[in-house]
Design a protein around this ligand. Structure first.
Ligand SMILES: O=C(O)CCC(=O)C(=O)O
Length: 389
C-alpha cells in the first residue's frame, strides 16, 4: 500500500455483507468437508459416543443438532428476551425502555455490556489478557442505528430460570464429563447478542490465557465452551473456527492476518452454522471469532464452559476474574455448587427426565436442592466465583 494513502474508509453495512460472500462460500465448502456435526449419541454405557469425542479431539469443535427441544427453547427465548427487555436503555442508564429500574442493579456484577453498533470492542486492545491482538473491520451502520447496542449479558443462572435449568441439562453435562472427566468444574457464562445489522465482532482469538507454557500443556488443558443457539446461527452472524488449531499452541494471529494480506478473512475457517436448539462445543484453544453482524439475522448464543478440575485448582484470577482471586478447593466447590443446584432445579421442572449425577456432589444432593435458600446461598452473584483460566 502507498505509505501516503489514508486508511481505507470503513465499508458500509451493505458493502461488508456483500464482501463476505466469497469467503462464506468457501467456509461452507470447508464446513461440509469437516463434518463434525450430528445428533448427540451415547454408547451402551451412556458415555458420549467415542466417535464424537475423537472427532472433537481432532478438529476442536462439534455441532450437536437438535439437542434442546422446542418447549425448552421457547422458555429460554422468553427468559433471554426478558433480560433484553429489562436491560438499561444504554450503558450509563438505570432504567429500561419502559422506564422500569433495569435488571441487575442489585447484582454484584453488571449483567450488561454495550458497544457501538458493528464495532469490535476487544480486537487490538489489551483487554482480556490481550488475547484479541487484531481489530476486525468495523463497518458503518445504516442511518438511524442506535448509539449503543447490547453485546453481552452475564449471569444467566441468576437472571433466567430456564438458564439455570439448562446448566443442569443431563446431555450437556455428560458431554462435559466425557471431555473433562467426571470431576469437571465450571468456567463462566455469557450470552452473545448479535442483533441484525448492528451486532459487533469478536476478534480472532484463542480463549485460554494461563497454561500455554505449562510443562503439562496439552490440547485440552484450557477446557471448552458450549454455545446453545436460541435462533438459527447463519453464515452472516455465526462463530467461525479454524479446525485443528487447538493442537498448535499459541497461534500468532497478527502474523496470520499479515500473511493473509491484512485481511481478517482467515483461510481455512469454517462457519458453525446451526439451527435453533443446536449446541456447539469449541475447544477454548481453537482459533475462533465472529464478524460484525451485517446480516439480517439475529443470533443469541448462551455460552458456558467447563474445565478439568486439575487445570483450575491452585490457579488465580484471569480474564474477567480479579487477579487476586485464588481458585482453592473452597472456591472451586462453591462455584461447582451451581451445577448441583441447576440439576435439581431442572429435575423439579422436568420431572420425567433422568437427572445427571454430578460426581463431586455425591451424597450432598439434599443440601443443594433448588429452594429460595439455596438460590440465595449458591446462585445469587455466583459469577463472582467464576473460574477463568
Ligand atoms: O459467539 C461469538 O461470537 C464469540 C464467542 C467466543 O468468542 C467465545 O465463546 O469465546
Amino acid at each position: 500500500m502507498n505509505e501516503l494513502s489514508a486508511a481505507a474508509p470503513a465499508p458500509t453495512r451493505a458493502e461488508h455483507a456483500a464482501g463476505m460472500a466469497a469467503y462464506i462460500a468457501e467456509g461452507e465448502r470447508l464446513g461440509r468437508a469437516a463434518g463434525n456435526r450430528g445428533p448427540v449419541r451415547f454408547d451402551a454405557n451412556g458415555q458420549l459416543h467415542p466417535d464424537i469425542l475423537e472427532a472433537f479431539r481432532e478438529q476442536g469443535f462439534y455441532v450437536f443438532e437438535g439437542v434442546i427441544d422446542p418447549g425448552e427453547l421457547e422458555a429460554l427465548r422468553a427468559d433471554a428476551n426478558n433480560m433484553i427487555d429489562r436491560a438499561p436503555v444504554g450503558p450509563h442508564a438505570d432504567l429500561d425502555a419502559q422506564g422500569r429500574p433495569a435488571l441487575g442493579q442489585d447484582f454484584a456484577l453488571n449483567p450488561y455490556t454495550f458497544i457501538k453498533p458493528l464495532s469490535d470492542p476487544w480486537g487490538g486492545t489489551d483487554k482480556l489478557g490481550g488475547r484479541h491482538p487484531s481489530q476486525m473491520t468495523q463497518p458503518a451502520p445504516d442511518a438511524g442505528a442506535p448509539e449503543d447496542v447490547l453485546y453481552l449479558m452475564r449471569g444467566m443462572c441468576q437472571a433466567m430460570p430456564a438458564g439455570l435449568r439448562l446448566y443442569g441439562h443431563p446431555q450437556l453435562l455428560a458431554i462435559a464429563e466425557a471431555i473433562n472427566g467426571a470431576d469437571f468444574v465450571p468456567f463462566n457464562d455469557a450470552i452473545f447478542v448479535k442483533q441484525p445489522g448492528l451486532g459487533g465482532s469478536v476478534a480472532w482469538h484463542q480463549d485460554g490465557v494461563t497454561h500455554w507454557n505449562a510443562p503439562n500443556w496439552d490440547q485440552g488443558i484450557h477446557g471448552f465452551n458450549f454455545q446453545v443457539q436460541l435462533y438459527p446461527s447463519t453464515t452472516g452472524n455465526c462463530l467461525w473456527v479454524v479446525p485443528g488449531t487447538h493442537k498448535q499452541g499459541r497461534v500468532d494471529i497478527k502474523q496470520l492476518i499479515a500473511d493473509n494480506g491484512g485481511s481478517e478473512r482467515l483461510p481455512g475457517a469454517v462457519p458453525l452454522t446451526c439451527q435453533a436448539g443446536d449446541v456447539t462445543i469449541v475447544n477454548r484453544q481453537c482459533l475462533h471469532g465472529s464478524f460484525a453482524n451485517t446480516s439480517p439475522d439475529l443470533r443469541i448464543s448462551l455460552t458456558f464452559g467447563f474445565h478439568r478440575r486439575a487445570s483450575v485448582l491452585g490457579q488465580s484470577g484471569a480474564l474477567s476474574v480479579e487477579a487476586g482471586d485464588v481458585y482453592d478447593e473452597q472456591r472451586v466447590f462453591e462455584r461447582s455448587a451451581v451445577i448441583a443446584v441447576a440439576i435439581d432445579a431442572r429435575q423439579q421442572h422436568f420431572t420425567a427426565e433422568t437427572p445427571y449425577h454430578y460426581q463431586p456432589f455425591t451424597g450432598l444432593e439434599d443440601a443443594y436442592r433448588m429452594s429460595d435458600e439455596t438460590f440465595k446461598r449458591v446462585i445469587q452473584d455466583y459469577n463472582l466465583k467464576d473460574l477463568a483460566i
